[in-house]
Write a protein that binds this ligand. Structure first.
Ligand SMILES: NC(=O)c1ccc[n+]([C@@H]2O[C@H](COP(=O)([O-])OP(=O)(O)OC[C@H]3O[C@@H](n4cnc5c(N)ncnc54)[C@H](O)[C@@H]3O)[C@@H](O)[C@H]2O)c1
Length: 378
């Protein structure tokens, strides 16, 4: 393990704080990273929750005011695992204090809110990174290698969906600790910023920039009780979103996301159809990549199901032994491996804040198109 320490200030202690803390704790056990992360301080509005989190994960200090963590000279990295409306303020303050900054996705609620974040980290010259972790699932990373090798040839179609079913019940409230995602003020948007942002990030990474979009959104439940005030309020988020797009490379995109697909908890899939070959991936079977190569001999031609668990496949050489799979949590270990290596070699790991701003721009265009009924240029 490197004796260069990197002191982490974790802001928030919910779902993502857990995945990131697990990753910081384990990354140096599996990868030869240039810094060893130290779980220094965890911060949550609720000090009791922060104390319980610190005890479980081994943080040395507990805080309830993120500004104190940002001002602490002992902290090297601020990791933002907060609801979307709080990313910008914390990230800008952290950059101005000269800290490295990791933000959960989406970078911000809108591109306009994200732009000053990009300006702040670039002005301060601090390492910055956005947690689009699905890039680092080995099968997804292998898909990227296959695309970059040119095996697919000219790309015609990019198809992705992200389906859930947890908000069908109209009694689920909006706002507050557990349901901030349903409150437009905190989340910025519904499935577009929450789920499609992942699909868009992967699509841009794998298939290049999105040129223009036409979208349809729906809010099935029009009013929900505010979890904090108890008052019924109009729902401002998109419950479902479908959009078509044109990529700069001439291919067509077809995306769908909803929280109203009964039976689906987190069905995230993408399929890419090229001139010579196609690939397909499914989060529910995340260690497999489906690959069809038209160049195979005709009698045995068909979809191959590649079990991505061998030492020469992305990241897998550092895990157990060939044939044994890893899962969701490890994607965060891989992303921090990339981030720490990027910090050391001066070639920042992607997606940086600037990279993630492009995803915010596509999300904005999708929502603008749904509102206007027109095609919108990104
Ligand atoms: N990469 C992914 O796959 C993924 C998955 C889930 C969530 N996310 C993103 O991660 C972020 C956090 O989501 P989550 O699921 O962890 O949410 P969460 O609700 O589980 O956790 C948020 C935490 O922030 C705390 N908090 C709220 N306001 C605060 C403040 N002012 N100061 C300190 N703490 C405060 C809450 O108490 C809570 O502990 C969101 O931006 C979300 O979009 C990303």
């Amino acid at each position: 393990m490197s004796d260069k320490k990197l002191n982490v200030g974790m802001i928030g202690c919910g779902f993502m704080a857990k995945t990131h803390s697990n990753a910081y704790s384990n990354v140096a056990h599996f990868f030869d990273v240039p810094f060893t992360p130290v779980l220094k301080t965890v911060c949550d509005l609720n000090a009791e929750r922060a104390a319980a989190f610190a005890a479980k994960w081994g943080y040395e200090n507990v805080e309830s005011d993120w500004r104190k963590v940002v001002a602490d000279p002992a902290i090297d990295l601020i990791d933002i695992c907060l609801p979307n409306n709080l990313h910008a303020e914390v990230a800008i303050a952290a950059a101005e204090a000269g800290k490295a900054v990791v933000s959960e996705k989406p970078l911000a609620r809108t591109a306009a809110e994200a732009e000053p974040m990009v300006a702040a980290v670039e002005k301060a010259g601090v390492p910055n990174f956005v947690s689009f972790n699905y890039r680092r699932i080995p099968a997804v990373a292998l898909a990227k290698q296959i695309i970059d090798s040119g095996k697919l040839g000219k790309i015609f179609h990019y198809r992705a969906n992200f389906l859930q079913d947890w908000t069908i019940n109209a009694n689920v409230p909006q706002g507050g600790k557990d349901t901030w995602r349903l409150n437009v003020k905190e989340a910025g948007s519904g499935v577009t910023g929450d789920l499609l942002a992942h699909c868009i990030d992967l699509a841009i990474w794998q298939n290049g920039p999105v040129k223009d979009v036409t979208a349809l959104t729906e809010t099935f439940v029009k009013e929900r009780k505010n979890a904090v005030t108890g008052v019924m309020e109009p729902v401002g988020i998109d419950d479902a979103c479908t959009f078509l797009c044109r990529f700069a490379n001439g291919s067509l995109g077809n995306f769908e996301s909803t929280r109203y697909a009964r039976g689906h908890k987190a069905l995230f899939t993408f399929e890419i159809n090229g001139e010579h070959a196609s690939i397909r991936w499914d989060l529910h079977d995340l260690h497999r990549l489906q690959f069809f190569d038209h160049g195979d001999e005709g009698t045995v031609r068909g979809w191959r199901s590649i079990h991505v668990s061998d030492g020469d496949q992305p990241y897998m050489g550092k895990w157990w032994v060939p044939g044994l799979a890893i899962g969701y949590g490890e994607s965060f270990i891989h992303q921090f491996k990339e981030f720490l290596e990027g910090m050391a070699c001066g070639k920042p790991a992607a997606p940086t804040f600037r990279d993630a701003l492009e995803t915010n721009r596509v999300c904005d265009a999708v929502l603008a198109s749904a509102a206007s009924g027109q095609w919108v240029t990104v």
